[in-house]
Design a protein around this ligand. Structure first.
Ligand code: FMN
Length: 204
């Protein structure tokens, strides 16, 4: 599929056909897309934890309250055959940037324009969202409750030092995704040419 078409079609898919598995080769290509992304200092410290079947069920068991009736969002998302948990390792970035070509040996987080360990996780997630569309699959990026992250970590033996950034659900969409209640903001509010908010005055 043309990239422009992938970008046009991509929507967060929050309801899946639970009876149709994600083909293994398609999943491999999606995961490969998640790794073939730019990374700050080429640190490559974003890790993907792939869950299906019982491992996927365990994710919902540790992140939800069995006493509570699942809402529409949870019913839809938990129908996804595959979940990919996106983890990042901040210390790996501080180590990489302490190397001689970067020279930030004090490992001071204040040096960073923004924490690139999260930026890189976003790059990986977006690449997987687009790759899913390219495979005629649907996907959604969502967060996990922070208070359940220790339980997630122990369930899947994730080492300390890796932080969960979000989850990408993948599967064949059931129906068309719902339109957002919010409108897309006009480009003119978000794209600024020359100076913020108004046209650059050319002084003769
Ligand atoms: C960083 C990030 C976090 C998000 N977290 C959630 C989430 O926790 N649950 C959810 O249903 N959607 C989540 N979304 C999806 C957004 O709600 C969605 O992208 C937005 O409504 C626009 O819809 P679209 O992506 O289908 O165009 C998240 C998106 C991003 C980029």
């Amino acid at each position: 599929m043309e990239l422009a078409e992938v970008r046009r079609r991509r929507r967060m898919v929050r309801r899946y056909d639970p009876d149709v598995a994600v083909p293994a080769e398609a999943l491999d290509r999606i995961l490969d897309a998640g790794l073939r992304v730019p990374s700050a200092g080429f640190t490559q410290a974003v890790s993907l934890l792939v869950l299906d079947d019982t491992a996927r069920d365990a994710f919902w068991a540790v992140t939800t309250d069995p006493a509570e009736q699942p809402d529409r969002w949870l019913t839809g998302l938990s129908s996804a055959p595959v979940l990919v948990l996106v983890w990042t390792e901040p210390a790996a970035y501080l180590d990489r940037y302490a190397e001689s070509d970067k020279g930030w040996t004090d490992r001071d987080p204040a040096r960073w324009t923004a924490p690139y360990w999260y930026v890189d996780a976003g790059m990986a997630a977006l690449a997987m969202l687009y790759a899913a569309v390219d495979e005629s699959l649907g996907a959604c990026f969502f967060g996990a409750p922070p208070d359940r992250i220790p339980a997630i970590r122990s369930t899947y033996a994730v080492p300390e030092g890796h932080e969960l950034v979000g989850v990408v659900s993948i599967g064949f969409p059931a129906g068309s995704p719902r339109r957002s209640r919010r409108d897309r903001r006009p480009a003119a509010e978000l794209i600024h040419h020359g100076r913020w908010g108004s046209e650059m005055k050319v002084i003769p």
